[in-house]
Design a protein. Structure first.
Ligand code: ZN
Length: 153
């Protein structure tokens, strides 16, 4: 089961998993195409889950403990509570939501698989001694030779 946040509908996220969301997400979809995708998924069996008071309170506690509570909308809290209650994977690119999900041991998945959010970090290899660094520097700290960018393996 995957619980989808509003951006999953806006960015046309697709999955073979069963999907669920909370009713409040529909109200956040103001453009026609994302609203249409929501309605189509609902017609195809997407579960609209209304989380209970217990899970909502647990999400709030977790969000306060990580310091993310003020970053979360009411809908965000409901989505987190739904994923928590359903034992589902939460689909979101929102960092605060991912952080709170982590605190609740709720799995997350990003929407923009190849987006700029997931830019690869380059390794740098010394042309002298072969030492590899994960961040750029002027010269090798060991032998002083030049570093060259190397594709991540
Ligand atoms: Zn070196």
């Amino acid at each position: 089961m995957h619980v989808l946040d509003a951006s999953a509908f806006i960015d046309d996220y697709t999955t073979d998993e069963a999907v669920a969301t909370v009713p409040a997400v529909r109200e956040e979809l103001t453009d026609d195409s994302s609203g249409y995708r929501f309605d189509a998924l609902e017609g195809a069996g997407m579960q609209l889950h209304v989380p209970g008071e217990g899970p909502l309170a647990q999400v709030e506690r977790a969000a306060r403990s990580t310091g993310d509570f003020t970053e979360l909308s009411d809908t965000d809290v409901r989505l987190l509570a739904a994923a928590f209650e359903l034992g589902a994977t939460l689909v979101t690119d929102d960092y605060a939501m991912q952080n709170v999900a982590d605190e609740l041991d709720v799995a997350t998945e990003s929407i923009s698989q190849d987006g700029i959010d997931e830019q690869r970090s380059w390794d740098y290899q010394c042309q002298g001694c072969g030492r590899v660094y994960d961040s750029h520097r002027e010269r090798c700290e060991v032998c002083g030779a030049d570093l060259e960018r190397k594709n991540p393996s």
